[in-house]
Each structure stands twice: as structure tokens, then as C-alpha cells.
Design a protein around this ligand. Structure first.
Ligand code: FA5
Length: 344
């Protein structure tokens, strides 16, 4: 009697699976056989009325058909998925890949890229080479070669993302200074843009991922006047107008003396707004004369050469150049923001 029921269920199940065309058909079959009121589940409920001496044998047979139904349903799901994938691949062959593409969805350069290229052009025209550098660097390049030994308090100013292997995400483009000095020796003029990472609380003018552009000029008789000249030329070329700047003392272990170069906030005209933390000034470009220890670490003869370096906040420059009020818009990936730069 039980055997008859089981073979009836098996035949029915096989027929139903053979007919199934999509995942919802299979789900209906699963409910019909293995669901709470399913045919196989009902068999198990009958177990309580079976005489005790036959319970074990009865139970084993039900378990076999239950397992068989589960396996068949699993196989059917896999087979249907495979068939759907094959159909998709076959239908893809029907596309003509030689058809001309509709370019109405054309992209645009990111505003930071646009500003980066402008600044690069200005410096290239003044004889600077443009260098590329790594985003993952070691402690020596990011700190020690820059006169920031281990446990120096200046490290606290750049909350660093360390990797498990001891390397770190570059916190500033100054991390490339040593490699570039070693690559070219003196005299040298180079700018090197790059992405920097700091574990910062974000606000309208701070991001945890932002761009800087470092610049270095090393030669005989280089002084602060050279530094100021290059900074002013760059800003007037980029903004195509006179920009109010102020220079105040700034401390960075890798320069001596060091300065902070701020520009008057172009978003609020110097009145004060969230983009400039209500100060009317935006910290844009720390700079200074390269510390002799840093030159020495880069293999430069400090009796003969001096140099200046600056670390331009490229992301902030892009904000000022295009009137972007919140730095976070630049990393948002929001196409509405980026679309505005299509025709630039
Ligand atoms: C530095 O990173 C130094 N390496 C700069 C330097 C280079 C000094 C060479 C002297 C000589 P600072 O941490 O201040 O300094 O960053 C430089 C600029 O990067 C800032 O003025 C600002 O424009 C930009 N910047 C820094 N942190 C952020 C941030 N979280 N979000 C956006 N821009 C930032």
C-alpha cells in the first residue's frame, strides 16, 4: 500500500518536473510535494497510525522518497538556471557589435581632473616635469624621509590608514618627494599630483579621500621669492583674475621656514561660509623651503642646493575654481553634479 503511494508520487513528481519551465513552476512543485500540506509531508503524518513494529520500515521508505524529491527539485532549479543562461548567451549573439553607437550619453572629465590638467599645463610651461607616484607607500617615504621620525607629534596631524602589512595609504603627496629627488637629483623642477587618504570626519571642506598636487624646485640659490613667484603665477593663470592670498607661518617638519598660503574664499567672497569654515579664507597651499634633512635623505648636496616645496590642495582648488560649495559632491559619483562639466 505504501509502495504504491510512493511510486505514484514519484511518477507524478517526474512528470511535473519535466513540464516545469521557470523557477516559479519549480517552487510550486516544491510546495505541492514538500510543503506543509505537501504529498510527501502527508505520508509522514500517516506514520502515527502505523503499527509500532512497522514504523521503522515505513519511516525509512518515506525518508528515501523525501530525499529523492529534494534532490530532483534542486537539480531542476540548476537545470532551469543553466538553460536561462544559455538562452541569454545565444540571444547576445544576435547583436551586431559593428553597429554605430549612440553617443548621447557621453561622459565628461571630473572637475578635479580638469583643474589638475590646468595646473599641470601652467607648471609645464615653466619647465616642471609631471610625475606620477604610488598610492600605497611605506612609513619611510610618507614620514621618516620627510624628517618625521616615529612618535613625532606631527604624525597626529595626518590620521593615517595603515595596512596589515605595515604599509599605508599615502596621506600627502609629499610622500613622493624622496623618490623624485633620488630619480632626478639636482637641479630639478617637478609637480606630482596624487590621491591622498586620511581618516577624517568629513564636512563641507574635508574629505577622507582628496587630491593634492605637490611641487618641488631644487637648484642653486633658490629662495622664498621663487616660491612666491611660482605660487602667484599658478593662481592667476588658473583663476584668470587677481586672487587675494595671505601667507602665514606654518609648521611642517619637512620645510624650514614653512608657510600656509590661504586664498580668500571665492564661494562667499571672503564673508565666511561653511566651505571656508566661516573664516573667509581657505587653506589651500602649505609650502616652504625644503628642510636640509629631507634634501640629504634624497641624496641632494645641501652645500650647493636649496629648494622649495608646496602641497596644493587640488580638490579645494577645484571647489574654488568651479564654485562647488561642498567637497563631498566631488566624490559622490552623482551624475547630476558631474554632468555640469560636460562642455568645459
Ligand atoms: C600637507 O599635506 C603637506 N604635505 C603640504 C606641504 C607640502 C607643506 C610641501 C610644505 C611643503 P596639509 O595637511 O595642510 O599639508 O594639506 C595640504 C592641503 O591639502 C591643505 O591646505 C588642503 O588644501 C588639502 N587638504 C588637507 N586635508 C584635506 C582634506 N581632508 N580634505 C580636502 N583637502 C585637504
Amino acid at each position: 500500500m505504501l509502495e504504491e503511494k510512493i511510486s505514484g508520487i514519484r511518477a507524478q513528481l517526474d512528470a511535473a518536473i519535466a513540464e516545469a519551465k521557470n523557477p516559479s513552476d519549480i517552487e510550486a512543485i516544491r510546495v505541492q510535494y514538500l510543503g506543509k500540506k505537501g504529498l510527501v509531508t502527508d505520508l509522514m503524518k500517516e506514520l502515527k497510525d502505523v503499527p509500532n513494529d512497522q514504523k521503522k520500515e515505513y519511516g525509512q521508505k518515506i525518508n528515501v522518497i523525501k530525499k529523492e524529491a529534494e534532490d530532483k527539485i534542486k537539480e531542476a532549479i540548476a537545470a532551469i538556471a543553466k538553460k536561462a543562461e544559455e538562452e541569454l548567451v545565444n540571444s547576445a549573439e544576435q547583436y551586431d557589435i559593428t553597429m554605430p553607437v549612440d553617443f548621447t550619453g557621453e561622459g565628461s572629465y571630473h572637475p578635479i581632473t580638469l583643474v589638475q590638467r590646468e595646473v599641470e599645463e601652467v607648471f609645464a610651461s615653466m619647465g616642471f616635469t609631471i610625475e606620477d607616484y604610488l598610492e600605497i607607500v611605506d612609513d619611510y617615504k610618507c614620514f621618516e624621509a620627510l624628517n618625521i621620525p616615529k612618535h613625532h607629534p606631527a604624525r597626529d596631524m595626518q590620521d593615517t590608514y595603515y595596512l596589515d602589512n605595515g604599509q599605508l595609504l599615502k596621506t600627502h603627496t609629499s610622500a613622493a618627494q624622496n623618490a623624485i629627488m633620488r630619480k632626478y637629483g639636482a637641479p630639478l623642477r617637478a609637480v606630482f599630483p596624487g590621491r591622498c587618504f586620511r581618516n577624517e570626519n568629513t564636512d563641507a571642506c574635508h574629505e577622507n579621500t582628496f587630491f593634492q598636487m605637490e611641487g618641488m624646485m631644487i637648484d642653486e640659490n633658490i629662495s622664498i621669492s621663487n616660491l612666491i613667484y611660482f605660487m602667484k603665477t599658478m593662481l592667476s593663470e588658473v583663476f584668470k583674475q587677481d586672487i587675494k592670498v595671505r601667507l602665514r607661518p606654518g609648521f611642517f617638519p619637512f620645510v624650514e621656514p614653512g608657510f600656509e598660503l590661504d586664498i580668500s574664499c571665492l564661494i562667499c567672497g571672503g564673508e565666511g561660509c561653511p566651505s571656508c569654515k566661516n573664516s573667509g579664507w581657505l587653506e589651500l597651499c602649505p609650502c616652504g623651503m625644503i628642510h636640509p634633512n629631507v634634501l640629504k635623505a634624497g641624496g641632494i648636496d645641501t652645500d650647493k642646493y636649496t629648494g622649495f616645496a608646496f602641497g596644493l590642495g587640488l580638490t579645494r582648488l577645484a571647489m574654488m575654481r568651479y564654485g562647488i560649495k561642498d567637497i563631498r559632491d566631488l566624490n559622490s559619483g552623482n551624475l547630476k553634479v558631474l554632468d555640469q562639466f560636460k562642455n568645459i
